[in-house]
Design a protein around this ligand. Sequence first.
Ligand code: UD1
Length: 409
Amino acid sequence: MGEDRLEIVGPQRICGELLVQGSKNAALPMLAAMLLAEGVYILHHCPQITDVDHMLELLTDAGCRAHQEGHMLIVDTRGADRCRLEGSGAGKMRAGVTLLGSMLGRMREAELPYPGGCTIGKRPIDLHIQALGQLGVRFEHREHSLYAYADQLRGADITLDFPSVGATENVLLAAALAEGRTLLHGAAQEPEIVALSGFLRKMGAHIEGAGTPVIRVEGVERLHAAEYIVPSDRIVAGTYLLGAVMTGGELRLLHVPTAHLGILPRILTELGAEVSLKEERNEIAVKMERKVRAIPYLATAPFPDFPTDLQSALMAALSLASGPSFLEEKIFEARFQIVPELRKMGARIYEEDSLAVIEGDARLHGAQVCARELRGGAALIMAALTAEGRSEIRGMDFVKRGYEDIQGD
Ligand code: UD1
């Protein structure tokens, strides 16, 4: 079987115990943050995924040296003196945009190809540009790249009209070395923001309020390298938990800060699973012994509500439910790309704008399907495990961007 394809013969149950990988969305902005100060950084529990490889390509372009030993990543930023990146990494990956904040913070100048990432919607960067603009950054739109510079970065009162994760990260990165105080209102409250601010604080930054809608950053003159443990990936955890529910399995996840799961444990219970949370031990276990129950209506929303990154796995689960469910996607415009693929497997799902109507009661059968983005790809794998017969999932390269060894080689 070629590398970009995965063959699954179902049905199979997801059972057992798993140590959850480090979080992609926490690790990537930490890698960007490393450009803020010269030194040797160590990240533990860093996931082995291709998005990390792409970010390291960009850091190497900037003059850094990186060495990965299993889940420990060492990055030496002492040679990083380039603020113009032509590497293909940024074009492949949305998180490359956070290099803007860190390059501006340290070098007051940055040029990056326009950010890429999964094709799940328009994904503009107007909020990043507005917020950084308030810190004194000016932008020039060039043919293939965005050029940004600032004679001086000055702290400011900034309000985000929408709690964008990436824009919040860019503000933290640039404000850490700006002159004076930045007050960011309407900030994203995702656990990844708390993780980035923890990492920046370890580097010497003065940040308070991460995890709340108002974050205060007191700019400092310089930062230093640091060592940090990447938190476990709440979305990977959620994907496997939903997979266990769909397949009638029994799964215990270790090393998951349960507070990072937000509303998910409640949703798993609504789906009919027995859920056991051990907060002090960072563990969650699910057991599913009945047919999946429908959820009348659920909308994706910023943390701690239901994450858009788990919407497609939930959709796959609800296609099996005893009755109809309505799922509304409120974060991205084009995040129902698995609908035609799930239909090939026998699911009865219809979409109308941002609403998906999942009729339920499907008996999924194996089919040849194609992943068109990261999270949808993982959801198709979960669906193929529940399906009767042979499935082939193409587009596995999307899945490898964020899931470490999902097939368990
Ligand atoms: C991050 C996550 C992604 C997750 C998303 C929402 C990373 C690397 N990726 O993406 O997995 O699905 O948060 O939780 O951490 N928007 C604008 N203008 C902007 C910025 C965003 O209109 O300047 C819109 C986006 O198009 C989208 C919504 O705001 O519709 C959310 O985007 P944002 O929170 O910024 O997500 P990302 O940081 O791209």
